[in-house]
Ligand binder design. Structure first.
Ligand SMILES: Cc1cc2nc3c(=O)[nH]c(=O)nc-3n(C[C@H](O)[C@H](O)[C@H](O)COP(=O)(O)OP(=O)(O)OC[C@H]3O[C@@H](n4cnc5c(N)ncnc54)[C@H](O)[C@@H]3O)c2cc1C
Length: 398
């Protein structure tokens, strides 16, 4: 017995799930979206911060009421720093594009507030959510509400937007999916601190002590990371040790000095590159981290999640109306971008990080690699084009 019937049932109310629900609303489709976490908890979770221009355009749509253009910060470039010197890569001059600094938790807040405004069916704090009967004409999802009551919602299609530990992905029979992945011998130590910005744009630094990223959040909150061992205990590091380590990784002849302040969040972020192919099985479709994850160095994870649903929404709308040609192309269209992003994220990670076992040859080669980017307008343009994002691929059935 089912409690409701909708066009599309979505598991996961992260950026992929919520944005998809909004795009489908605009197409006139009914949806239900469920998430195991509470709205406040998701809003408090700090993750990505850099939006490609195409992601900004999606968020800036008038019916979302997003603050991305009023409170986000346009960044026209980044600094690549090595041997203690910064080299600016000017995106606007090189490829005519920019990115925006606008934190993922604010993206979520905007999407969740707009879902309330449009009285969309989004249910938080559910448990045991999983897809049902995905190889039938009448699939759905089952979950338990926060008050303990069990629910079944029937749908024409089910979308797994449930993040990197996706239960939806595991609902695809093993022999019908391929997993490709690689791991890295390091992690990121991330901090949030109350401090003034140390630089107007992001600084990606390679040093003999390892990678560091100097990023921002607002006028008085800063986000920074440094490469660490994956088994690092964040609580074993004092604020003073963290600031010293970050400063050492950016030290150089230009005497760039970090602006410090109290650290109020410390986390160790492990990462890997992962792709599930295909991203669709019968009536179940995957989007975002449920299908692929990238190391954060290229700032692609959130942007890929939004790019997926940009392709998926018109495909689902058309399939619900009886034409599944676009949906049949969804996986290959989305994966084409995903593999470009995998390549870029892997390349940036390798170029900027110090492998604990790195030979003198490998270190010198990485510096040569950095020089071949910063010393050449074509090298810089390659980085700028990848970082700011690729145009959408036209579909053959569109
Ligand atoms: C600590 C951290 C830092 C990051 N930093 C960056 C960065 O700097 N730049 C960048 O581009 N990317 C970064 N990422 C990656 C980026 O945050 C993700 O790529 C992005 O969140 C993907 O969006 P999504 O909607 O696919 O998945 P998610 O944001 O993970 O959303 C999935 C949702 O599904 C819910 N869910 C999961 N399982 C279930 C279930 N069984 N039932 C119901 N609900 C479920 C979760 O609660 C979650 O709300 C970071 C990720 C992490 C973890």
């Amino acid at each position: 017995m089912s409690d409701r019937s909708v066009d599309v049932a979505i598991i996961g109310a992260g950026p992929a799930g919520l944005m998809l629900a909004h795009l489908l609303r605009r197409e006139g489709l009914s949806t239900v979206t469920v998430d195991s976490r509470g709205e406040e908890e998701i809003h408090r979770t700090h993750r990505a911060g850099i939006l490609e221009h195409a992601s900004v355009e999606m968020l800036a749509h008038e019916d979302l009421g997003s603050r991305v253009l009023s409170e986000g910060h346009r960044h026209d470039g980044i600094d690549l720093r090595f041997d203690g010197e910064s080299h600016r890569v000017d995106f606007r001059e090189l490829v005519g594009e920019s990115v925006w600094l606008y934190p993922q938790n604010e993206v979520f807040h905007d999407l969740a507030s707009a879902a309330h405004h449009h009285t969309m069916d989004v249910r938080y704090e559910v448990s045991e959510a999983h897809p049902l009967d995905i190889d039938s004409e009448n699939p759905g999802i089952r979950f338990v509400e926060s008050d303990g009551s069990s629910r079944v919602v029937r749908a024409r299609y089910v979308v797994g937007a449930d993040g990197s530990r996706s239960v939806c992905r595991n609902a695809i029979p093993e022999h019908r999916r391929t997993h490709s992945s690689t791991t890295y011998p390091f992690a990121w130590f991330g901090i949030l601190a109350t401090a003034a910005p140390s630089a107007p744009e992001l600084i990606y630094a390679r040093s003999p002590r390892g990678f560091a990223l100097i990023s921002q959040r607002s006028a008085d909150v800063q986000r920074m990371y440094f490469q660490c061992d994956p088994d690092t205990d964040p609580d074993a590091w004092s604020d003073e040790d963290i600031w010293n380590e970050l400063q050492k990784r950016i030290d150089g002849p230009d005497h760039l000095e970090l602006k410090t302040g109290p650290i109020f969040e410390k986390t160790v972020l492990k990462f890997r590159s992962f792709v599930c192919d295909p991203m669709r099985y019968e009536r179940l479709v995957l989007a975002g981290d449920a299908a692929h994850t990238v190391p954060p160095t290229g700032a692609k994870g959130l942007n890929l999640a939004l790019a997926d649903v940009r392709v998926l929404a018109p495909a689902l709308a058309s399939a619900v109306r009886g034409n599944s040609a676009l949906l049949d192309e969804y996986s290959s269209t989305a994966l084409s971008r995903v593999w470009k992003a995998q390549n870029f994220s892997y390349w940036m990670t390798g170029m900027l990080h110090q492998d604990p076992e790195e030979s003198t040859f490998a270190s010198a080669r990485h510096r040569g690699e950095l020089r071949s980017v910063v010393d050449s307008v074509h090298g810089q343009a390659f980085l700028a084009e990848q970082y700011t994002g690729w145009p959408d691929i036209p579909t053959t059935s569109g």
